[in-house]
Design a protein around this ligand. Structure first.
Ligand SMILES: [Zn+2]
Length: 433
């Protein structure tokens, strides 16, 4: 039987009407090949259909109210099948800007150009940020576990030059900060994605394109398999661990940010990630002679005390690094200090320097010492370290240059004006007999 053209036309219109009543077509505002944006306001539909110009690799939704039901995303995923992700947008991830409620970074398992989004309710106001990270050309997938070097050496890590390949450069300038607080974060992203290099690329684009930051917010990122990634590019200004980041609610001075990839609200991080974190933190403790058990005032926190090793939530209103990770930080701290202690700063390797600037006497001493020197007026800080590099005494030169050290007998290292160009390093022997 010949098909009736009028009936066909009727059916087509009917199908078209049904389709449109279910899903509204969306049009993105393409900011550049790496980022586009869609603002949805008060539309009386729940389902949205989207064809993007550049394949979307990840997205974030910012929403103006607390909706506890999940969004659903269907997209052309692996093996040309349709994949589905459900996610909540009622958290306040540590790196979301300008919104009380946002999703984590929702990473697709393959960049897709056709997406279907189902909102939990009609007439919501939300913003869809679409990240278009081209797949990296490098062969490294992030699954290669890096072996740690011994002791407190700088752990091996994947350079920003490798993971940033093909993406826009970060913007200058760079600022160096004197780090006193090592702040631990989680990315609040997927716990199942295993292409960690790709995850870092997507976080970089989220921070630089969506948030408009100069570079990725963190100084370091650690994958669940223990792989460490360089974060902020120091751009020749200083060491990467001393570069001022963007991760601590605008109070980034004196901090170094480390992010563990994954969402640790309900599950604890992989032990391999924790191990890399401990070695990274131990390296930094030794490098800057920081006391892992210490607590310093944080100038940008209204003079509040903040531990040297802390979580994001210790200084900001956030759940980061997640309810299942935060309680583990005391164990992380203990283990980090154990590693730092076991490194045993080798006194023989420590080069005395600038000894002509200063004299400490008596040395050996029973505990009482006087510090003098030609540059005594510029003396600002006096520090005594144990053989293992732990700070055991520290003071400003506020009340003259005499100190009474109540320390066990033994060999110590003293530093005057630590961390400065005129840093003086010498050995000090305490012997009460
Ligand atoms: Zn955080």
């Amino acid at each position: 039987m010949r098909p009736d053209p009028i009936l066909n036309l009727f059916l087509l219109v009917l199908i078209g009407t049904c389709f449109h009543s279910q899903a509204q077509q969306l049009h993105e505002t393409v900011i550049n090949p790496f980022y586009s944006k869609i603002v949805i306001s008060e539309r009386p539909v729940k389902e949205f259909e989207l064809k993007t110009i550049y394949p979307t690799s990840s997205l974030r939704i910012n929403i103006d109210r607390n909706i506890k039901e999940p969004f659903k995303l269907v997209y052309e995923g692996s093996n040309e099948k349709m994949d589905t992700i459900q996610f909540l947008a009622n958290a306040n991830p540590c790196d979301a800007e300008n919104s009380e409620f946002a999703s984590g970074l929702i990473q697709l398992n393959r960049p897709a150009s056709r997406l279907n989004l189902v909102a939990p309710q009609e007439s919501l106001n939300f913003v869809l940020h679409l990240i278009h990270a081209p797949l990296p050309e490098t062969g490294i997938t992030g699954q290669k576990s890096f072996k740690k070097k011994s002791g407190c050496d700088k752990p091996q890590m994947i350079s920003y030059k490798i993971w940033r390949d093909g993406l826009p450069d970060p913007k200058p300038p760079r600022e160096v900060t004197e780090v006193e607080h090592l702040v631990v974060h989680h990315s609040a992203g997927s716990n199942t994605d295993t292409n960690y290099l790709n995850t870092v690329r997507n976080i970089y684009l989220l921070h630089t394109q969506t948030n408009g930051w100069d570079d990725i917010g963190y100084n370091f990122l650690i994958a669940p398999d223990g792989t460490i990634f360089n974060g902020r590019d120091p751009q020749g200004v200083g060491d990467e661990d001393d570069i001022l980041g963007a991760h601590f609610c605008g109070k980034n001075s004196n901090t170094m940010g480390v992010c563990i990839l994954g969402d640790y609200t309900n599950v604890a991080p992989d032990s391999r990630a924790l191990r890399s974190l401990q070695y990274l933190l131990a390296w930094k403790l030794k490098k800057d002679s920081l006391d892992g058990n210490g607590t310093y005032t944080h100038p940008k926190s209204g003079g509040n005390l903040l531990p040297v090793i802390c979580g994001h939530r210790d200084g900001c209103s956030t759940s980061c690094p997640g309810n299942s990770f935060y309680p583990l930080l005391s164990e992380v701290k203990k283990e980090t200090i154990r590693i730092a202690d076991s490194c045993g700063l080798v006194i023989a390797d420590l080069k005395p320097q600038n000894l002509s600037l200063v004299k400490i006497y008596p040395n050996p001493t029973s505990g009482y010492i006087q510090v003098s020197g030609s540059a005594s007026k510029s003396f600002k800080r006096f520090q005594v370290l144990s053989c293992t590099g732990i700070t055991v005494f520290e003071s400003d030169f506020m009340y003259g240059n005499n100190f009474n050290l109540f320390l066990p007998d033994g060999l110590y290292i003293y530093k005057i004006n630590p961390g400065t160009k005129s840093e003086t390093i010498g050995k000090l022997i305490i012997n009460k007999n």
